[in-house]
Design a protein around this ligand. Structure first.
Ligand code: WTA
Length: 635
């Protein structure tokens, strides 16, 4: 029996039991047998959730790019590491071998070094899904710089906040990006952001769309000539196990985005292990995750997990709708994709279109299908299973978070029997539990409660950049000695978990986490607005959409309401990005509040969802009369 590769259900149970009985031994064996270390660890695990402090493989030294690239060179240097599929299907795909990748990462690493970047420096990467994105991530890791990738759909304000929060000295971007039939002026967004980022000394610009852009003298440099001149040799920086590998921002329910810090060794071991098992990857398979590297899914399951297993990973620049709704399946056929990993929102959108878009292509290469980012509804699950998997490819509904670094609860295909909407069972090393409102663990089955994890796993985020107290308050203070996920879940009679959704003020729209507070802040900046509250309501494609209740300073405002709605959404687009735009905006004269002044979002959520049969007791509200008024005017 191999701990590293689980092939059937009995083996899963054996491995799982072992991982709980002796977690240190379990992870030690995996770390020993499957990775390249420059120095062995002194201690596998040290932890204390009350501080909180978590250390895996202390004393070990390594470089993650040696594990992701160098060690594959002798056996599979000519194998494809990355297949780049461009936005435009008529442009040729690029096959980047492990040897090419090594060469490109080393050159890029040397360029970064020549700009004064070294171990521990923060590098902001704001790039579309082009090879330079994966290469620059790995180049940072090569020299021990900490990458902070910002999804290239974020606005200049959101980008500036992220650059300043972790004091990036350098930004890597491109002249622009292709997105379906559109182009986006990324460099312009960076220029706007940098007006408020004093610490950035250098901007490296990749050429992608060949647009005319402004290059600021002394700051902005074209990347390609620098790469051409750089040496293709770059010795990896030897890192300590717990040195930070990257920062990735995620929305909180309040306040500014949280810069989750992931460390090197534990993250590597866990993402490699979970990639191998959750996708049942075999040498020679072609694996494709449609996420953007700007999100954790892309970090862990486009870049680090696949490459540390010597896999072939597809990077797709475009969108599912261009040139038509058949694009995903055309790519599956073209590259003979074996494992396909996407978001429920994409499946729901695809399922609304005629089946002819699927039927045109031969997708029989597919062996495993995955979903991530939000609960998958039953209808979408069946569509995926029937029309894409042809009832022959297991669906892995993978539950995890930016903070967890890797997949936590998921079926293991061909081993775990799947049930629609259930993420099923914890992966080895993961010890979930459900907590009730009295802070007690709900034991036995079935059960329902707030989802927590009782014991550390190797890829748990170690802190929030610059704010360890917030890390403690957010994840370790709700329940003593437990990591609190912010999600609710239920466990059925067989012990299968189903994630029911967020229990805090984070709303997941099309798989993107959005905190209500930053959106409300953006709306409140509008000169006509005095107060606002955002809630989610069910949407058949996005999962949730955003509903805004807005109080105007002067309710008699003679302004055209639709103009105001446009202006509010424009403000949100500028402050956060188009993903946070509101679907509906209701102008109201009041918001239901508790006597202590807290907005009762529960009531607003129900009204927005048109589920007003049971609003609960509203008589304790400070202003119960507004409830009827809001209900009468609901959109
Ligand atoms: C939600 C994405 C139900 C959940 C990797 C979590 C899910 C948040 C699932 C994290 C799933 C993710 N079923 N809900 N399979 N996967 N979620 O940080 O609410 O972007 O807390 O990480 O997405 O989103 P994040």
């Amino acid at each position: 029996m191999s701990n590293y590769h689980i092939k059937h259900l009995e083996e899963y149970f054996q491995v799982y039991r072992k991982s709980v009985r002796d977690p240190e031994l379990f992870w030690e064996e995996i770390a020993e047998e499957h990775f390249l270390w420059r120095k062995r660890w002194n201690k596998v695990l040290e932890w204390d959730f009350s501080k909180p402090e978590i250390k895996w493989f202390e004393g070990a030294q390594l470089n993650i790019t040696e594990n992701c690239i160098d060690r594959h060179l002798t056996s599979k240097g000519e194998h494809t590491a990355i297949i780049f599929e461009p936005n435009d299907p008529s442009e040729a795909a690029e096959h980047i071998s492990y040897t090419d990748l090594h060469n490109r990462v080393c050159r890029f690493a040397n360029v970064l070094k020549s700009k004064g970047i070294g171990k521990g420096d923060r590098v902001c990467i704001y790039l579309p899904m082009i090879p330079e994105l994966a290469v620059s991530v790995l180049a940072c890791a090569r020299i021990g710089a900490i990458h902070s990738v910002v999804f290239a759909g974020f606005s200049s304000t959101a980008l500036a906040t992220r650059i300043n929060d972790c004091d990036c000295k350098i930004v890597i971007t491109s002249d622009g990006s292709f997105r379906g039939a559109k182009t986006i002026d990324l460099k312009g967004i960076v220029d706007d952001a940098l007006d408020s980022c004093q610490g950035v000394e250098t901007v490296l610009v990749a050429k992608r769309i060949n647009s005319e852009i402004n290059m600021k003298e002394g700051r902005d440099l074209w990347l390609q000539p620098l790469l051409d001149d750089a040496s293709p040799k770059c010795e990896p920086e030897i890192m300590n196990a717990e040195d930070p590998l990257f920062i990735l921002y995620t929305s909180g329910s309040t306040g500014k985005p949280k810069g989750m810090v992931h460390s090197t060794a534990g993250y590597m071991v866990y993402t490699a292990f979970t990639f191998k098992n959750v996708f049942q990857y075999h040498q020679g398979d072609i694996y494709w995750c449609t996420a953007d590297i700007g999100w954790i899914t892309g970090h862990s399951y486009i870049v680090y997990g696949p490459l540390s297993n010597g896999a072939t990973t597809v990077m797709f620049e475009g969108v599912p709708t261009y040139p038509d709704w058949g694009r995903f399946w055309q790519i599956v056929e073209k590259h003979q994709v074996n494992q396909f990993y996407t978001a429920p929102t994409a499946i729901r959108a695809l399922a609304k279109e005629p089946l002819t878009h699927v039927e045109k292509y031969n997708v029989s290469s597919l062996k495993v299908l995955g979903t991530v980012g939000e609960p998958i509804n039953e209808e979408a699950w069946h569509w995926y299973n029937d029309h894409i998997g042809k009832m022959n490819s297991p669906i892995v509904d993978t539950w995890w978070q930016t903070e967890t670094g890797g997949i936590m609860i998921s079926p293991i295909p061909f081993a775990t029997p799947t049930i629609p909407t259930f993420a099923t069972m914890p992966l080895p090393g993961v010890q979930p539990c459900l907590m009730n409102d009295d802070s007690e663990e709900v034991k036995g089955n079935p059960a329902q409660g707030k989802l927590c994890i009782k014991f550390p796993w190797p890829s748990i985020a170690r802190t929030i950049w610059g704010d360890h107290q917030r890390y403690k308050d957010t994840y370790f203070s709700t329940f003593e000695n437990k990591y609190f996920t912010g999600d609710g879940a239920l466990r059925d009679m067989t012990g299968y978990y189903r994630i029911t959704g967020r229990v805090d003020d984070v709303i997941i729209v099309s798989g993107h986490n959005l905190g209500t507070a930053p959106i409300e802040d953006a709306i409140n900046e509008h000169q006509a607005v005095s107060e606002s509250a955002i809630v989610g309501f069910p949407h058949d494609v996005k999962g949730n959409a955003l509903y805004g209740y807005v109080i105007l300073k002067d309710s008699g405002t003679e302004r055209d309401r639709d103009d105001l709605r446009k202006e509010i959404n424009q403000l949100i687009t500028e402050r956060i990005g188009p993903i946070a735009k509101l679907d509906k905006i209701q102008f109201t004269t009041g918001l239901p509040k508790t006597r202590s002044g807290k907005i009762m979002r529960r009531i607003l959520r129900k009204i927005a969802s048109k589920d007003t049969s049971n609003l609960g007791d509203t008589s304790t509200l400070l202003n119960p009369e507004v409830v009827q008024d809001i209900m009468d005017n609901v959109l």
